[in-house]
Design a protein around this ligand. Structure first.
Ligand SMILES: [Ca+2]
Ligand SMILES: [Ca+2]
Length: 292
């Protein structure tokens, strides 16, 4: 017999007059014991269980007539997936602890040990007493496996500014379910990215910009710890100091070697301290070289 909803299937069969007998008999079987789950499980509600956690399955069995706690080693607890496969069963010699003092049955189900469990899927916890074919009692509850743990933050957030751009790079978290990083610039959302860089463009020279980031996983858990960095774009004028700065070759004068470098940067559009030279910029350097 299929395990999934086995009892529901039996119920349907019995109402159609199969060998399972009358509904009265079925009712008697179901109520041999008075079974009830204890928190977090409940027969009424779905229960969210965090993936990777140890899930305490607790329930009681009481004599239907006297109300006394029943210690019955024919207990079986099965975890059944949505397609009816029994992922694991526990019995009195393998995982079910019968605690007569606390008047409850206990199974500690470590979700970490079952890689076949999927986040978002619904599972049945089925408790039965008695052997297959002559069950005394059964009860079912459902749980859904959820992920409540946000990913770690990004690390090593580092800016590389030019006069009109700041390129930030970082190291993404190693969490396998890391999905993306939210990027804010001066508190305005820019983008979500799974990449490990963000290039802010069209910025004003010589101005501070603050990037703020937080990470999100595939279950939309957000790490609420912001990782920020503030950087200043370079001044447009700064680039000239490459050749006319006091520390440059020949000091404030532009040497022939410096002129050659300036022409090369201008020709190839190579940034000089983050600045791309215009023709006017080059003429200015040539003028200083000439005056030297
Ligand atoms: Ca997670
Ligand atoms: Ca110089």
């Amino acid at each position: 017999m299929l395990r999934l909803g086995g009892y529901k299937a039996e119920l349907i069969l019995s109402s159609e007059g199969s060998d399972y007998g009358s509904e009265d008999q079925w009712f008697a079987i179901l109520n041999f014991y008075n079974l009830s789950f204890l928190p977090p499980l409940s027969s009424q509600d779905f229960c969210d269980i965090e993936s990777g956690s140890t899930f305490p399955i607790r329930f009681t069995a009481r004599d239907n007539v006297t109300g006394d706690f029943v210690s019955d080693s024919s207990v079986n607890v099965s975890i059944i997936n949505i397609t009816g496969c029994v992922l694991v069963s526990f019995n009195a010699t393998s995982g079910v602890q019968i605690d007569s003092d606390e008047e409850q049955y206990k199974v500690d189900f470590n979700t970490m040990n079952y890689s076949e469990l999927n986040i978002g899927d619904i599972y049945t916890v089925e408790v039965t007493f008695g052997i297959e074919g002559s069950k005394k009692s059964c009860i079912s509850a459902y749980f859904s496996l959820v992920d409540l743990t946000p990913p770690s933050t990004i690390e090593n957030l580092h800016p590389t500014p030019s006069s009109t751009h700041i390129n930030w790079t970082w190291t993404n978290p190693s969490d396998p379910d890391f999905n993306h990083t939210e990027i804010y610039l001066n508190n305005i959302h820019q983008t979500n990215t799974s990449a490990n860089f963000f290039n802010a463009t069209s910025l004003t020279p010589n101005t501070e910009y603050t990037i703020s980031t937080r990470t999100v996983d595939t279950s939309d858990n957000i790490n609420t710890t912001w990782v920020n960095n503030t950087a200043t774009t370079l001044s447009n004028e700064n680039w000239k100091n490459e050749w006319i700065g006091e520390d440059s070759e020949g000091g404030n004068a532009v040497t022939t070697v410096e002129l050659q470098k300036a022409i090369h940067h201008w020709l190839e559009d190579i940034p000089v301290r983050g600045h791309i030279m215009s023709s006017t910029d080059l003429q200015e350097i040539i003028a200083i070289w000439l005056s030297g």
